[in-house]
Design a protein around this ligand. Structure first.
Ligand SMILES: Cc1ncc(COP(=O)(O)O)c(C=O)c1O
Length: 380
């Protein structure tokens, strides 16, 4: 499958076929331990279930190819994947991270990472100048960005961020969960590590918690990351790894549909009298539109937010009125979700009180628009 496009690679899981049985679907290996050879070797490459498991191989191989990387490791969650990158740094290392990013990781960076001795500066990562002035050559070891970024979908110019990182002797890691490997290729733009919460679009069915890292090259940092996964036991369950590959087979169809519907929802509500603003990088008025149009291909993602004209009270009331949209957190599943973001993030949230985050699924676009229309009117 060397030259095949990503739609073919995902649909066929890289063309995997079992040599012995000719089965088209890779097996699930629940084994936690493996037989040692009589001469004391482990020639099959597997010894115990915490370092790795054969069920991880097909999804990790597919993600490596989709991101055009050198290697992939799956993790127990997106947070396990992300925090492993930071734990592979050393106390005292300086990190530049975005002000607008997934709140769970931002909170971890402000608490656990700081206690462990990492020094983190949060900057406006949608401005290349802010990234450039935040790095400390020789001291900054990592620039972490997320694009599009939760929950206002700001865009970071990944190629520019990569150049800044290189100039400072730092690495660039990109949380590409929302873009998926289909809409943005961070490694081709110069990133060193790509992170996914595979809980979202990669699995796509709201039934697996998983994470993944893809490396541009197999180097000493990557070795440390792999050792931390084993040491901390941050591994995926074999059933989850099996389900993840099954979910990824339809990634193209789901992402294409989510992008198309998100774009039409954004365009429908952008001038709506009950909506103060629609935040979506596919709209020309979004501050990240020009960069997104350059670095994303095939669509601007399935995530958008609306700011409800009547403020926080009206936003919560709107979410209370939906019937087709499901009032739940998370994103990237086949079913559309609506969420008053400030409520889940809690005290200290940077999300505006009037903001509803929308994760667009694969339902009928007219049903989703109609349901939001009636909910806005009822809350009005
Ligand atoms: C952009 C982004 N990154 C990381 C995470 C963390 O992933 P997980 O919940 O799989 O640990 C999330 C989860 O919501 C996310 O939305």
């Amino acid at each position: 499958m060397e030259s095949h496009r990503s739609a073919t690679m995902t649909a066929q899981a890289l063309g995997w076929i079992d040599e012995q049985t000719k089965a088209l679907v890779p097996p699930l290996h629940p084994a936690t331990t493996f037989i040692r050879d009589a001469d004391n070797q482990y020639r099959a490459g597997y010894s115990y279930g915490r370092p790795t498991n054969p069920t991880f191989v097909p999804p990790e191989a597919l993600l490596t190819r989709l991101e055009d990387g050198a290697a992939c490791l799956t993790f127990a969650s997106g947070m396990a994947a992300a925090t492993t990158v930071f734990l592979a740094l050393r106390p005292g290392d300086h990190i530049v991270a975005p002000q607008v990013m997934y709140w769970g990781l931002r909170n971890w960076l402000k608490s656990a990472a700081a206690e462990w001795g990492l020094v983190v500066d949060f900057v406006d990562a949608s401005t290349t100048d802010a990234l450039a002035s935040a790095v400390k050559p020789g001291r900054t070891k990592l620039i972490w960005v997320e694009s599009p970024a939760n929950p206002t979908w700001l865009i970071t110019d990944i190629a520019a961020a990569a150049e800044i990182a290189r100039g400072a002797g730092a690495r660039l890691a990109v949380d590409s969960t929302v873009a998926t490997p289909l809409l943005t290729r961070p490694i081709a733009l110069g990133a060193d590590i790509v992170m996914h919460s595979a809980t979202k679009y990669l699995n796509g069915h709201s039934d697996v918690v998983a994470g993944a890292l893809v490396a541009a090259r197999h180097d000493e940092l990557w070795e440390r990351i792999a050792a931390i996964r084993t040491g901390n036991g941050a591994i995926l369950g074999s059933f989850e790894a099996w389900l993840l590959l099954r979910g990824m087979r339809t990634l193209h169809l789901r992402v294409e549909r989510c992008c198309r519907t998100a774009q039409s929802i954004a365009e429908h509500f952008v001038d709506h009298r009950r909506v103060a603003a629609v935040l979506y990088p596919g709209l020309p008025g979004h501050p990240g539109h020009a960069v997104a149009a350059r670095q994303m291909f095939g669509g601007f993602g399935g995530m958008l937010s609306i700011r409800v004209a009547g403020g926080e009270r009206a936003a919560i009331a709107t979410a209370a009125q939906v019937t087709v949209w499901k009032r739940a957190t998370s994103l990237g599943g086949v079913e559309s979700l609506i969420e008053h973001r400030a409520s889940i993030e809690g005290p200290g949230s940077a999300a505006p009180g009037d903001l509803l985050r929308l994760s667009v699924g694969i339902e009928d676009a007219g049903d989703l628009i109609g349901d939001l229309e009636q909910a806005l009117a009822a809350a009005g």
